[in-house]
Ligand binder design. Structure first.
Ligand code: XMP
Length: 472
C-alpha cells in the first residue's frame, strides 16, 4: 500500500523529489493531533525523536525533548557507566522546564525590565556571581524605579525541586506567584519555573512517572543493554545497516534478556524489515533510513542507500503485511516539518532528527561565534572525529570499516529545543491541514505524493527575490 503511493515505486525517491498532494481539510490545522507512539506501548504527544549522536543527545537535550512532549535517545559514544549515569540523570530531572533567566545585583533596572518583557515574566531573580539569590525584582516595583536592581529588590520566595510539584504549585498559589526561582541543595539558582509550565506542560513520561528517555546500544553489547534497561524506557539499536546476520542474531538474543522494549535499526528495505520481524521475537519499533542523514557520506562513499522516504514506505508495507503493529521511526534527512509529514504519509509514526537538534542551545557543543553569526558543532557518528572515540568502533569504526562514512562541520544555532519543537509542531500541523489529515493515522491513509522535478522544486521554494528564507 505505502510503496505504491510513491511515483516510480522502485526509484529511491527522497523528500525533495515529491510534494504532498493537497486534500480536503475538515478542521483547522491548530486542532491537528500529532500524538503517536515512539515504540510499542510508549506514547508521545509530539512525534519528534532526537538522534543518538554525540553532538546531539546528551542529558540536557534529552531532558528538554521530553519536557516538550518528544523524546531523546542518549548516544553511546561513551562508557556504559557514563551512559547509565546520563539516563539516570534525565530520570532524576524535574518534569517541568526551567528558564535560566537572572539579573546581576548591579544591573540597571531598565535591563531587568527589558528581560522581563522579552521573556514574558513578571519577576526575575537577582543572582550573584556565585549563584546565590539576592532577591527578586518585580515588574510593578521596577516600572517606576531607576538605578540598580538591588535597590528595588524584594525578599525572594524560592523552592528546591525536591519540594515536589504539588507543593510548589500550592506555594505559588498562596504567594500569588506566576514564576518561582528554583535552587539546588546549596541554595544556588538553577532556573525559574512558571505556573503555566507546572500546571499545563505535557511532558513525555515513562511508566515510572519520570521524564521519558531512550538509550542507544550496540547489538553486541548485551551487558550494557542489560544495565541500561534498568533505567531507560526503551533501547535503540544503533547500527548503520542492521540487516546483517550477526546483528539480527545478537538482537534476537538481547530482546529476551533486557527489561524494556528494543527498537531495531537501521533498516531500509522491505526484505530487511521482514528479516527482523520474523527473526526477532518482540520488536518494540523500527528505525528506518540509510544514508539520508545531513552528515552522512555513506551514499557517496559506498554508492548504497535507502533514502528515508523510500525506506519508510518499504518498511511500512513489511509491517502491514506482517499483521503486527510496530512503530516506525523515519530517521535522517528531515530538514523541514513538511519532510516529517511526507514521512508520515509514507507510513512513519515519528521522525528522528540529528541536525535540527544539534542546532539547539541544549545540544552538547557550545555556541560558536563567527563574526555576527552563531553556530554549533555537528558530526556524523561515522566521521573521523567520532571514530577517534573508541566506543563507535562497531558502528562505522576502524574495527568494522576502513573508511569514514560521515562528515563534521558547523550548523547555524537556532535557539532552544522549545523554539525548534514549536516550529516543527506548527509546520507539521499546517502540512497535515493541507493533506486533510487530523492525526498521523489519517496521514497514513490520506497522504498522497506527486513527483516534482528539481526545476519544479525551485518554483515551490521561495524564488525570484533576494531572501534567505530558503533554509538556514
Ligand atoms: P539528520 O539529517 O537529521 O540525520 O542530520 C541524522 C541521522 O543520520 C544518521 N547518521 C549517520 N549516517 N554516517 C551515516 O551514514 C554517519 O556518520 C552518521 N551519523 C549519524 C543517523 O541515523 C542519524 O539519526
Amino acid at each position: 500500500m505505502f510503496r505504491d503511493k510513491l511515483p516510480l515505486s522502485n526509484a529511491s525517491l527522497t523528500f525533495r523529489d515529491v510534494v504532498l498532494v493537497p486534500g480536503r481539510a475538515v478542521d483547522e490545522p491548530a486542532k491537528v493531533d500529532l500524538s503517536t507512539f515512539v515504540a510499542r506501548g510508549i506514547p508521545i504527544r509530539v512525534p519528534l525523536v532526537s538522534s543518538p549522536m554525540d553532538t546531539v543527545t546528551e542529558r540536557d537535550l534529552a531532558v528538554a525533548m521530553a519536557r516538550e512532549g518528544g523524546v531523546g535517545v542518549i548516544h553511546r559514544n561513551m562508557t556504559a557507566e557514563s551512559e547509565v549515569a546520563m539516563v539516570r540523570s534525565v530520570k532524576e530531572s524535574p518534569r517541568y522546564s526551567l528558564q535560566y533567566i537572572k539579573v546581576a545585583p548591579e544591573a540597571p533596572v531598565g535591563e531587568a525590565l527589558a528581560m522581563m518583557t522579552a521573556a514574558n515574566l513578571d519577576s526575575i531573580p537577582i543572582v550573584a556571581d556565585d549563584g546565590s539569590i539576592f532577591g527578586i525584582i518585580n515588574r510593578s516595583s521596577a516600572i517606576s524605579a531607576s538605578g540598580r536592581v538591588i535597590d528595588v529588590a524584594s525578599k525572594p520566595v524560592v523552592a528546591p525541586p525536591s519540594l515536589g510539584e504539588e507543593a510548589i504549585i500550592k506555594l505559588m498559589r498562596e504567594k500569588g506567584l506566576d514564576v518561582i526561582p528554583m535552587v539546588d541543595s546549596e541554595g544556588h539558582y538553577i532556573g525559574s519555573v512558571t505556573y503555566y509550565d507546572l500546571t499545563r506542560g505535557h511532558p513525555s513520561l515513562g511508566k515510572d512517572g519520570n521524564l521519558l528517555v531512550g538509550a542507544a546500544v550496540s547489538p553486541f553489547d548485551l551487558e550494557r543493554a542489560k544495565k541500561l534497561s534498568k533505567h531507560a524506557d526503551f533501547l535503540v539499536i544503533d547500527v548503520a545497516h542492521a540487516d546483517n546476520e550477526n546483528v539480527i542474531s545478537a538482537v534476537a538474543r538481547m530482546v529476551k534478556e533486557v527489561d524494556v522494549g528494543v527498537v531495531f535499526g537501521n533498516v531500509g528495505t522491505y526484505k530487511g524489515a521482514v528479516d527482523a520481524i520474523t527473526r526477532i521475537d518482540y520488536l518494540a519499533g523500527l528505525r528506518v533510513g540509510i544514508a539520508s542523514g545531513s552528515i552522512c557520506s555513506t551514499g557517496v562513499v559506498t554508492g548504497a542507500a535507502a533514502p528515508t522516504l523510500w525506506a519508510t514506505a518499504q518498511v511500512a508495507d513489511a509491517v502491514l503485511d506482517s499483521g503486527a503493529s510496530i512503530p516506525i521511526i523515519a530517521d535522517g534527512g528531515i530538514r523541514e516539518p513538511g519532510d516529517a509529514v511526507k514521512a508520515f504519509a509514507a507510513g512513519a509514526w515519528s521522525v528522528m532528527m540529528g541536525r535540527a537538534f544539534a542546532q539547539a542551545l541544549e545540544s552538547p557543543s557550545p555556541v560558536i561565534r563567527v563574526g555576527s553569526h552563531k553556530y554549533k558543532y555537528y558530526r556524523g557518528m561515522g566521521s573521523e572525529g567520532a571514530r577517534e572515540a573508541r566506543f563507535s568502533l562497531d558502528r562505522y569504526g576502524l574495527k568494522a570499516k576502513n573508511v569514514a562514512e560521515g562528515v563534521e562541520g558547523l550548523v547555524p544555532y537556532r535557539g532552544t529545543v522549545r523554539d525548534i519543537v514549536n516550529y516543527f509542531v506548527g509546520g507539521m500541523q499546517a502540512a497535515m491541514g493541507y493533506i486533510g489529515a487530523m492525526n498521523i493515522r489519517e496521514a497514513w491513509e490520506k497522504g498522497a505524493f506527486s513527483l516534482v522535478t528539481s526545476l519544479g522544486w525551485s518554483e515551490v521554494a521561495p524564488h525570484d527575490l533576494f531572501t534567505d528564507v530558503e533554509g538556514d
